[in-house]
Design a protein around this ligand. Structure first.
Ligand code: ATP
Ligand code: MG
Length: 223
């Protein structure tokens, strides 16, 4: 069963100077089945973030059909009825995560999980278990300014996973990390394989052999 289906997706914007329409994505087709791990690589500016944001329903395509969890969101014109069912199932990890300075890790994770319907007791037990799996239980009462970049990414990932998502979208999750933290974060992400459907975009070609499907994005064209 397809969790994500893109048919002839095109995304165009007006060029700032010439005012002509330029295509950032053109006729993109993609089928992602439940439990698969897809990786999209491509040079800077090739449209990776744009594509991921279309899948997340953050951006709406100019043309084509997007179906998520069997709901054709483009045909239904991004109806609230569809979005309220689909969005809670999706977790989006940004390249540089923002954790509010005034909240401890525990408070941040309580805010994140309160956005879902799982209840405080089960949310706490879920994120405590994930923090332990991710090797960061000791930072529960820390504020973000005392955390490393790798720890912040892991906290943000725990916040998504504790919400019981089904589709994880990763936009260069290791882009701002050093070699050791990159390796550690990818290892944690690969442990999620099969439990979740995952689409990751990255410049990092070192993980290509570990995914189910590898696509290359060549300036708007998905190969
Ligand atoms: N709203 C917009 N208006 C004009 N140009 C845009 C807009 N959104 C994106 N672009 C352009 O579209 C292209 C693709 O951008 P996108 O951010 O998707 O690339 P990317 O592959 O994620 O790049 P990077 O690897 O640097 O993150 C870029 O040239 C960008 O400047
Ligand atoms: Mg990008």
């Amino acid at each position: 069963m397809s969790v994500v289906s893109l048919k002839n997706i095109t995304y165009s914007v007006e060029d700032k100077h010439s005012k002509e329409l330029i295509s950032i994505l053109e006729d993109v087709n993609l089928q992602v089945a439940v439990g698969e791990f897809h990786l999209i690589t491509g040079p800077s500016g090739s449209g990776k973030t744009t594509l991921l944001q279309i899948i997340a329903t953050i951006l709406q395509p100019t043309a084509g059909e997007l179906t998520l969890f069997k709901r054709n969101v483009t045909r239904n014109n991004y109806s609230s009825a569809d979005l309220f069912v689909i969005r809670p199932k999706i977790g989006f990890l940004f390249q540089s995560v923002y954790l509010p300075e005034n909240l401890t890790v525990k408070e941040y994770l309580e805010v994140q999980t309160s956005l879902s319907n799982i209840g405080l007791i089960s949310a706490r037990s879920k994120f405590n278990e994930l923090l332990s799996q991710f090797g960061i239980s000791s930072i529960l009462n820390c504020k973000p300014s005392t955390l490393s970049g790798g720890e912040k990414q892991r906290v943000a990932l725990v916040g998504l996973l504790a919400r019981d998502i089904e589709l994880l979208l990763l936009d260069e999750p290791t882009g701002s990390l050093d070699y050791e933290n990159r390796k550690n974060l990818w290892e944690l992400i690969f442990k999620l394989k099969k439990k979740l459907t995952i689409i990751a975009v990255t410049h990092d070609e070192s993980i290509v052999s570990k995914v189910d499907v590898h696509h290359k994005l060549d300036y708007g064209h998905l190969l």
